[in-house]
Design a binder for this molecule. Sequence first.
Ligand code: NAD
Length: 290
Amino acid sequence: MIKKDGTYVVMGLLNTDSIAYATGKKIEELGGNVIYTVQSERMKKVFFDRGCPDLPKETKDAMTIKYCDVTSEDEVRNLFNDIGDIDGLVHSIAFANPKTCLGNQMHTSSFEDVKLGFHISCVSLSTVAQYAQEHMPNGGSIVTISFASQLAFPFYNWMGVNKAALEALVRALARELGREHVRVNAISAGPLATKAAKSIPHFAHLAQTWKRISPLPWDAVNDKGEVAKSVIFLLGDYSTKITGQTLYVDGGASVVGGELLKHEKPLKTMPMKKKEARERLKRMQARQNK
Ligand SMILES: NC(=O)c1ccc[n+]([C@@H]2O[C@H](COP(=O)([O-])OP(=O)(O)OC[C@H]3O[C@@H](n4cnc5c(N)ncnc54)[C@H](O)[C@@H]3O)[C@@H](O)[C@H]2O)c1
């Protein structure tokens, strides 16, 4: 799946809760080398001082972390010039000022904030893709992370617009970079408890919503690794003819109309208890038919 000893750039590390961290860890488990990026030199210090309290010293020492603010074309260019050839790239980056871009109204009072959010959350994928592809002589794969852009969620406001634009950009870049044998795709993940997510007002409500609409059990705290596995799929050689797509890794919430009925909700236990569960369902249906 992941190229053994291949080099993968994973952008968007903040702390060990970041989707970037879960993804990098998975790449390393599968034999790839990871170069993480944080936003600034200061954020690298923040990661080591406060962002990874549970990591043993050897693990920290073994991590390669560079910094790159994706709004600076110079920093993006320098990053890829420093790194050399790579096999894949993960863009796990977004920002929106919660006060002006994520409120209970679609504010337009701070257009500068709206523009900055668009630059970081969408346009930056194009900047990094342009420079990254020059360092993919054997082709490669670029994956970004989106969220449910087909629906309007409360408070997600301008970030929802940015995610819709990001998915459109994925298609445009897939068209452009296919000639270089570079694939570009997005994962649309369900809600996960990270720093970025916590800045969304009423994020807890969103996570609760998933419990009501996701046919598969969804755990906002522990499912980052599951999302990371799908990023690996799109990075690796089991998806070589897939490009320009948004793959939903959201427990199935995106295809469900309305809330799940009581008998449709995911079982709390694993299928070992299937027989028991089937009998429980039969009893419930029998009661409903009375
Ligand atoms: N957490 C969720 O519920 C969820 C769901 C779907 C999609 N996503 C997306 O996943 C991606 C990763 O977010 P996360 O949830 O892991 O949160 P996170 O806060 O851990 O990661 C966001 C990263 O973006 C970086 N960033 C912001 N501005 C930057 C800039 N100018 N230059 C470089 N980096 C910058 C931050 O430093 C941080 O590392 C985001 O695109 C987010 O929208 C998150």
